[in-house]
Design a protein around this ligand. Structure first.
Ligand SMILES: *[C@@H]1O[C@H](CO)[C@@H](O)[C@H](O)[C@H]1NC(C)=O
Ligand SMILES: *[C@@H]1O[C@H](CO)[C@@H](O)[C@H](O)[C@H]1NC(C)=O
Ligand SMILES: *[C@@H]1O[C@H](CO)[C@@H](O)[C@H](O)[C@H]1NC(C)=O
Length: 313
């Protein structure tokens, strides 16, 4: 009698626990996802800031691979923000187009993931015109390239232009991570960081294979382009070395022992961290988080970026 009763009790308890566990998991998930209540304001600011970069990447990759952007493929995600300036389809070979299309949809997913967690803001005005990229390259080389650099001219040009973008987002996620409080925020940022790093690795690996190829018609190698862009970003960021080209002096390579630099990393080969301010200095091309320009003619959005724009006004 007693053993049978206790067995029954145990069985009932076990099934209750089985029923309860998934329910409590799913309800805490729903709370995080839809009520946002466990996410403190400082996390919200840090999670909204990268939307600026994700919009830029989504549009550049969507247009580059297909000639159309979020207005066609995911208009809701723009929240009515203006159409990017000057974006167009790039002259890509089938392999590169395939890879860039995958990146494009990944960026659309990232926009959705961030907006499932925080409210976000409309797409800021983006300048993705050849002129905008040409200006960056001229700044990197300290003189006007002739003809002006056109990111849409070929697969190689597009990959070099892509070197300009996801890496900056990656350093922002490394920088944001230790400042986040809620588990949901950390989970989101770890997930974003993983795929942004993957994209950066693919871009760098494709470029590394052509490191000594001369970029037509400039007579300078792919490695030189990446080194110049990285030096420019370090200069604009005003925070030391956080960016490295594809071929570096040995002391800057992994363990100070190798000049090939297919992935960038610090003295321990850990990803470099950038603050939102450092990122704004770089993507505005102004070296000053209060002076918009570059890819964001009217500045970036969200509380962090806007606080610097207001202080300038
Ligand atoms: C997009 O917005 C439209 C109009 O506001 C709405 O009907 C639709 O459900 C939205 N789609 C998604 C996927 O949110
Ligand atoms: C967050 O993580 C901590 C440490 O693992 C855990 O104790 C806590 O229950 C988690 N909070 C949520 C809301 O999941
Ligand atoms: C950045 O620009 C603002 C507004 O023009 C200016 O007040 C500030 O001094 C600049 N900061 C630096 C470090 O130059």
């Amino acid at each position: 009698m007693t053993p049978s009763t206790s067995t029954t009790t145990a069985t009932v308890l076990a099934s209750l626990i089985l029923l309860l566990v998934p329910t409590s998991y799913s309800s805490s998930f729903i709370t995080e996802k839809f009520r946002h209540s466990p996410i403190p304001q400082s996390d919200i600011d840090l999670l909204e800031f990268p939307l600026n970069l994700e919009y830029l990447e989504a549009e550049f990759f969507l247009y580059g691979s297909s000639g159309q952007g979020l207005d066609k493929f995911a208009p809701n995600l723009t929240m009515g923000g203006p159409t990017p300036l000057g974006a167009r389809v790039a002259n890509l070979d089938p392999f590169t187009r395939d890879v860039i299309k995958q990146f494009a949809w990944q960026e659309v997913g990232h926009l959705r993931a961030i907006k499932n967690t925080v409210q976000g803001f409309p797409r800021p005005l983006l300048d993705l015109s050849p002129k905008s990229f040409a200006k960056t390259m001229d700044a990197a080389f300290g003189r006007s390239l002739s003809p002006p650099f056109d990111p849409y001219a070929s697969s190689l040009h597009f990959l070099i232009a892509s070197y300009v973008i996801p890496y900056v987002g990656l350093t922002g996620y490394v920088g944001a991570n230790p400042n986040l409080q809620a588990n949901a925020s950390k989970r989101l940022v770890a997930g974003l960081l993983a795929v942004e790093s993957g994209q950066d690795a693919v871009i760098r690996a494709l470029l590394y294979e052509h490191a000594m190829t001369k970029v037509d018609p400039y007579g300078m190698t792919v490695a030189e382009f990446t080194n110049r862009i990285s030096v420019l970003r370090n200069r604009l960021g005003h925070a030391g070395i956080k960016d490295e080209g594809l071929v570096v002096p040995k002391w800057l390579g992994a363990e100070g022992r190798i000049g090939g630099n297919v992935l960038a990393g610090d003295e321990f080969s850990l990803g470099y961290a950038r603050t939102p301010e450092e990122i704004l200095r770089v993507v505005y091309g102004s070296g000053n988080e209060s002076i918009p320009g570059g890819f964001y003619p009217k500045g970036a959005d969200g509380r962090i970026a806007k606080s610097h724009l207001q202080s300038a006004a």
